[in-house]
Every structure is written in C-alpha cells, then in structure tokens.
Design a protein around this ligand. Sequence first.
Ligand code: COA
Length: 380
Amino acid sequence: MSSVTNLHAPKGLEGVVATTSSICYIDGDQGVLAYRGYDIHDLADHSTFEEVCHLLWFGHLPNTNELMVLSDRLAGERKLDSSIINLLRLAPKHALPMDVLRTVVSALSFYDPEFDRNDHDANVNKAIRLTSQLAMIVANYDRIRKGKPVVEPDRSLSHAANFLLMLNGTAPSKTAERALDIALILHADHELNASTFAARITAATLSDMHSAVTSAIGTLKGPLHGGANEAVFKILQEIAAMNVDPLEFVKGMLAEKKKIPGFGHRVYHTEDPRATHLRQMSRDLGRSSNDPKWFDYSQKIETFIKTDKKLNANVDFYSASTYHVLGIEVDLFTPIFAVSRVSGWTAHVIEQLDDNRLIRPRADYIGPVYPQKYVAIEKR
Ligand SMILES: CC(C)(COP(=O)(O)OP(=O)(O)OC[C@H]1O[C@@H](n2cnc3c(N)ncnc32)[C@H](O)[C@@H]1OP(=O)(O)O)[C@@H](O)C(=O)NCCC(=O)NCCS
C-alpha cells in the first residue's frame, strides 16, 4: 500500500471493522448481543457476573469447580494496599469518583505483584485482581468522602453483594444483589466500543494492562459513552426539582438542539437488548420500593423520543433510575459501569496481546497543500 493515503475515513469511523475478536457478537439490526456466542438475555436471566467473567477471560462458561476457583480468586484479590487507601483519602472531597478511579487504577500498577510481566497468564491474574480492586476503590472512596469507615469485604458474598456491602456497610437484600448482578452482566462487554478500543490500542503498543484499563476509564467517562447514565439521572432530577412535565422538559432540550442522554446508538438500529432488562428492573424496583416516579418519568420520555425522534433507549437510560432506586449516588453510576466493564476491557487486552500488532491507522489529510514555502519569522 502507498505510504501516501487518499482514502477517506467515515466520520467517527462508523461501520469500520478494526479488528477480529472472539469475545462479543452484536447484530445491530436484530438487537442481538452475545458474549462468546451466549445470548445476553440467557446470561441476564440465568447467569452471574462471576460466570460471565469466566466466560470472557477463559472462553467458556465455568463448571461448578471452575466457578468456585474463580470466585475464590476474586475474593482473595479483594484487598488494597494501604498506600492506595491513603491516596483515596488524599483526594479532595470534590473529586469526581470517576476521576479518582482513573488515577487510582493507574497507581495500582505500583503495587501489582506482576508489575513487570505482560504475558498471557500474568494478564489473566491482573484481570482478576483489577476486577476485585475496581469495585473496592469505588465503594471505599464513596465512604471516605462521606467521612465513614471503609468496610471489609466478606468472602462468602458474591461480587455484586460485596460491592453493595462495602458501599453501604450492610449486606444487601437478595433483590438488590440480583439487580446489581444483572446490571454487571449487561455492562460487562460490548465489542469495540470507544473505551474497549482505547484499551486495545494502548495494549497493542506493548504497554501494560494497568495503562490499558486507565485509558479505558478515561474514555468511558465522556457523556457520549458511559457518562450518559449520570447525565440521564441529572435530567430526571431537574424535572423533579422543577416539578415540570417530563415531555415539556425534553421538548425544550430538543428545541435547543441538545441530545437526550440515554437515547440513540451507533450500532443498534432497534431496541438495545440491555435496555429491555434495565427497563423491567427500573419498573420492578421502583414499584417495590414505593418510588415509581423515576420510572414513570423515564417511560414517558422514552415513548415520546421513540415516536418523535425514532430513537431507542440505550443501556444508559434505564440504568440511571435502576441505580438510583438501589440507593446509589449519581456520580457513582459511571464508575459502576467501569466496575463491570473492566471484565470486558481486560478480556480484550488479553485477546489483543495473544495475537498482537501495533494499531496505527492513518489520517485523511485535509490541511494546507504540501509543500508550503517556509518564511523566516521576521518576514511573516
Ligand atoms: C450514542 C451516540 C453518541 C451515537 O452517535 P452517532 O452514531 O455518532 O449518531 P449521531 O450523533 O451522528 O446522531 C445521528 C442523528 O440522530 C440524532 N440523535 C442521536 N442521538 C440523539 C439523542 N440522544 N438525542 C437527540 N438526537 C439524537 C442526532 O442529532 C443526529 O441527527 P441529525 O442527523 O439530524 O444531525 C448518540 O446517539 C448520542 O449522543 N446519544 C446520547 C448519549 C448516550 O446516550 N450515549 C450512550 C451510548 S450507549
């Protein structure tokens, strides 16, 4: 291929296939999402986050013994160096949990027992370690910023239950545990989304797992990606605070040419299959906790946007009201996305490095014509 390119890139790389992968299958026309061939609906209905982690990292659903081994390993890695806890205490109280997570995950590499290894086995160990540690960082930071003592994890509890225990100080109800578990399953992987692509690009330079996950967290933060779930709830809060009709509120946003967070998707042209589960969870949890307002607002907005703009709700729309009813603070919504997606990011880094080549595309140059005549500074 010529080293001077005259190819034109579709804006935002829409439709461009950038790699092969065996991890995640999406059919955006049929609304299909599958991890290693397993439909997301089956996984959400029958599986657990730990099973899904095994599926993503090891390529198959675990048998009973394999699941026990992985659960034990995740439990064994639920520990943070005291320097990491100190770093959390040093963060200014106004620091956003997503920013704290990004910075602290980067610092985790200092204390990783395999910091100087980048081989397959070391990266599987790091995937397990990071998955346990990310959940601890998010929960511990929330308690530290509120002046509460950090809560020790409980080996007998699942990943989802441990997160809620470390966050709230009490073991969750079975309903809350299962709701979070399903949310973690639904968010675990999504093919070459922006943060996963960032992770793979970083890994492909033969950098390291912690750098790749740090890149991914920074990428997830944006409101066009994972940050949308926080943006959705801020709108619902504004509607409640102003006591206005949700439809009038979003019509006002559209009149100002603003995008409505939680709607639209680059790949799905039909219902995002993850939204199907989150809608139901938002409704059921809202009703059972006598706080149906958020679901009701959301549903009104969804019906209107679907009819008026032909846009479907995405994963972030109903996760906002679901997390709120679970008692989770708004600025933890995107960090919780990372608590789940770290499983997918790490699986992709492992896959990238198993058959690596530097990822280095080209830009379609549209600047001043070459060659420009160089003019000495005193003559410009
Ligand atoms: C997800 C998203 C970034 C995909 O972006 P994309 O594939 O680049 O699509 P575009 O932004 O080019 O949108 C295409 C058209 O739909 C409109 N549109 C897309 N999402 C919209 C939204 N949430 N609200 C209102 N209009 C929207 C755009 O304004 C554009 O209209 P136009 O052609 O008249 O200019 C985009 O839908 C969005 O910004 N959604 C809100 C943020 C969000 O929920 N992100 C989480 C994704 S899981």
